[in-house]
Design a protein around this ligand. Structure first.
Ligand code: HEM
Length: 484
């Protein structure tokens, strides 16, 4: 008789053989598509070799030539689109968000994973509310809080990701939820909201889910821990909702100044509140997660610190447009900060914050070329990094000037495109321009002496979004007056 414990290695062996068999036999329809070297890929992800290495492994299957690669992921075969021509397949209605993804456990029915009517309803509600709350002045006020904080840390190397997380969370909290996240009060303590959210995202991106998707359903310690932190995050988000509900009952804000959450609460109405509060939680979670994209600003500051000539030119523009260091840009000023906008766009090209779009399933078969037709239900993603690095379209250097003459190039897709494109795109670009300009008016940015040795921005091995690896930047109070 086999005991329970001696059966475990047998079960592991059978599962292992099953997965090796599946990994070695891709569906016949995908046979012609080049394959990403599976062991090298798993090694780069599991041993945290960094995003440059992950993408280098993908490049081994010559993504530029074919425009598609196939990869064994999430216990099955998927296709990654790597050129702009095929990207429209991904942007079409034929590509739908799948069910049963580990990430859904946290995001629930939020906009990023909803399909059909649900999605249309959520977008209709969020987009106008979002555009209404676009306010460079509010972003400027939060940036002033950041400047006050940085004055206390003059000439000290600071972790740029942590810093940018604080300013983006603070801005989003005030603009979208009228909630003070207390993210810029001090650098000593990490605000509890951020800490809890970070823990959820860390656990949810566990590489084991990527290789063996079904493990997210097992009664494992990691899954139990994930449930507990999600519960804690929910407690905090329900508190934000409750607080806003109480405040709205007291205040009389004009239509134009209603934030996103106020609009959502109004849409639900008091009678249906209890019934819909879970949906509201899901929507806010999606917006909170997408809305404080910390990486993009980190990359802007890294590039400014790395290229002093570009930094100088950007500062000159900021002084020319804004006049003095205490000025908060208004909407007209933002339009005139053209070189800073080009820096923001070039940073997003070289380092697309969302590097790989969440997988979708195609509803109907898709013909890519004469020989390749992928069957319905094939899992598909778009690798923005590869599209942005295509050597036929872009030179491999940081060159903001390329965005000065021609505006949105169609090969530039950091915010995706089509029916699921980013609703926060305008807000995000404006936010980055305002924060960058105000910081440049007050500080000189530099990399610590050992930082200069990096040829490329050091990145962690995260899968969907980029994450910098221990990048410190020094903010030194500007001493000289800039001649305009
Ligand atoms: C540099 C900053 C940002 C980048 C690079 C970015 C990028 C993206 C991308 C690539 C998508 C498509 C995801 C998909 O296909 O599933 C997306 C969707 C979305 N983004 Fe952003 N985003 C940024 C900032 C923001 C901000 C500031 C907000 C809101 C405050 C926001 C809200 C959203 C929402 C709600 C969606 C889901 C749209 C839908 O599924 O219909 N994003 N974003």
């Amino acid at each position: 008789m086999i005991s329970f414990f001696s059966a475990i290695p047998i079960v592991v062996l059978i599962l292992g053989l099953y997965f090796i068999h599946r990994a070695c036999t891709p569906p016949k329809e995908l046979k012609l598509i080049p394959t990403v070297p599976i062991y090298k890929f798993a090694w780069a992800v599991l041993f945290n070799k960094g995003q440059h290495e992950i993408q280098r492994v993908i490049s081994e299957s010559d993504p530029e030539k074919f425009g598609l690669v196939k990869i064994f992921l999430f216990s099955g075969w998927s296709v990654l689109i790597t050129n702009i021509e095929y990207a429209r397949v991904f942007f079409s209605e034929n590509a739908q968000a799948p069910d049963g993804h580990p990430i859904k456990r946290f995001f629930g029915k939020g906009i990023s994973f909803a399909n059909g009517e649900d999605r249309i309803r959520q977008r209709k509600m969020a987009t106008p509310a979002f555009n209404k709350s676009l306010s460079p002045e509010m972003i400027g006020e939060c940036t002033n809080e950041l400047i006050t904080l940085l004055n206390k840390w003059n000439d000290v190397p600071l972790d740029i990701f942590t810093l940018m997380k604080r300013i983006t969370v603070q801005t989003l909290g005030k603009l979208a939820f009228s909630y003070d996240m207390k993210a810029l009060d001090s650098l000593e303590e990490e605000p509890y909201f951020i800490k809890t959210y970070e823990k959820v995202t860390e656990l949810i991106q566990n590489p084991i889910y990527m290789i063996l998707k079904f493990t997210y359903k097992l009664p494992l310690k990691v899954n139990l821990e994930l449930s507990q932190v999600i519960e804690e995050f929910d407690r905090l988000i329900y508190k934000v909702i409750e607080q806003r509900k109480l405040d709205i009952a007291k205040e009389k804000k004009s239509e134009d100044h209603k934030d996103l959450l106020a609009n959502m609460l109004e849409n639900i109405g008091n009678e249906n509140f209890e019934h819909n509060v879970k949906d509201l939680r899901d929507e806010l979670t999606a917006i909170f997660s997408a809305g404080h994209n910390t990486f993009a600003l980190s990359a802007v500051f890294y590039n400014l610190a790395k290229y002093p000539k570009i930094q100088k030119k950007a500062r000159e523009e900021a002084f020319k447009v804004l006049g003095d260091s205490s000025k908060i840009p208004n909407s007209e000023n933002v339009k005139d900060l053209k070189y800073i906008k080009a820096i923001v766009k070039e940073s997003l090209r070289l380092y697309p914050a969302v590097v790989m779009l969440p997988f979708r399933k195609v509803l109907k078969p898709v013909r890519f070329n004469q020989d390749v037709v992928i069957p319905e239900r094939t899992s598909l993603s778009l690798n923005i990094w590869q599209v942005h690095k295509n050597s036929d379209l872009w030179s491999d250097e940081f060159k903001p000037e390329r965005f000065m003459n021609q505006d949105d190039k169609e090969n530039w897709i950091p915010f995706s495109s089509g029916h699921r494109n980013c609703i926060g795109q305008n807000f995000s670009i404006m936010e980055q321009i305002v924060i960058t300009a105000m910081i440049l008016l007050n500080f000189e940015l530099s990399l610590p002496p050992n930082g200069q040795k990096f040829d490329k921005m050091p990145l962690k091995s995260s899968f969907y979004t980029l994450n910098p690896k221990d990048i410190n930047i020094i903010f030194s109070k500007l001493k000289t007056i800039v001649e305009i």
